[in-house]
Design a protein around this ligand. Structure first.
Ligand code: HEM
Length: 245
């Protein structure tokens, strides 16, 4: 028994201070994440606020496309901002009922409408079939992970809830990693129009967008999955330990 307690103390030491709160260096990500989210929204949204189709980065492919795009961006912004507060450990602990309320907004007023609209406009993407398939896959996964997380919370399976919502918010943020891949592929592929793409700007653009769109969400999702897998055995050990005491 005493040795069990000593073992537990050894496990707990790196993650918790005396007050039981995680040490500050265990959470060095929340402020940078907030800055990145704010910067993304500040750079991406203004061109859509004036409701001027000429300002859009996405050429319309069917009547009503622009309206659906703007609605998608609006709902996705709700998901991105409320999701930030949902993953902030201090905010979750301090404001439990707000966490529940924001959770409803994230799911019902953010991800569900944003992902359905993303699936519709994504299936008719002006950037070619590879991008369209990526958008539809992502939209379905985003919706599925979020609904699974929502159901888990309602059924009080909170470990599952946390895991599904990590996946969901990683997918929400994948629009940001998507932007980073542009910075990689544009300078690599742009100068190759006359060689690899035999003078076709369209082939170059569609290739660049396809790589960017697929890598934008698959890489973060794999990283998140590995992270979740690595913390699972620890979680099981702690749960078993708690149950046996
Ligand atoms: C994670 C699932 C998401 C999917 C599947 C998705 C899908 C799409 C699609 C299909 C387009 C039109 C571009 C095209 O047809 O290639 C688009 C544009 C856009 N989306 Fe999303 N989106 C997602 C998340 C988000 C989030 C979380 C935001 C945050 C606000 C967002 C903001 C935008 C913006 C600003 C545009 C306009 C194009 C641009 O400025 O680059 N999207 N999205």
């Amino acid at each position: 028994m005493a040795s069990d307690l000593r073992k537990d103390a050894r496990v707990a030491r790196p993650t918790a201070s005396l007050a039981g709160r995680p040490r500050w260096w265990r959470r060095p990500w929340i402020a940078p994440l907030g800055v990145v989210v704010l910067a993304f929204l500040a750079f991406s949204l203004p061109r859509y606020l004036g409701l001027d189709p000429q300002q859009s980065l996405v050429p319309s492919t069917f009547p009503g496309h622009y309206a659906l795009l703007v609605a998608h961006i609006g709902f996705a912004t709700v998901a991105m901002t409320t999701g930030f507060f949902q993953v902030w450990p201090w905010f979750r602990r301090r404001f439990r009922s707000t966490h529940r309320r924001f959770g409803h907004v994230y799911v019902l007023g953010g991800v569900i409408p944003a992902s359905i609209l993303a699936g519709i406009i994504g299936s008719a993407s002006p950037f070619g079939p590879m991008s369209a398939v990526s958008h539809v896959f992502l939209a379905v996964l985003w919706l599925s992970c979020t609904v699974a997380g929502f159901r888990a919370a309602r059924q009080r399976r909170f470990d599952d809830h946390r895991e599904w919502m990590v996946r969901s918010y990683v997918l929400t943020l994948s629009i940001i990693t998507n932007r980073l891949w542009h910075l990689v592929w544009m300078p690599v592929l742009g100068p190759q129009v006359d060689t690899w793409f035999q003078g076709s700007d369209i082939a170059m653009l569609q290739t660049e967008m396809a790589l960017t769109n697929w890598l934008g969400w698959t890489v973060p999702l794999v990283v998140a999955e590995v992270w979740l897998m690595r913390r699972r055995p620890g979680r099981r050990r702690r749960t078993t330990g708690a149950a046996s005491r």
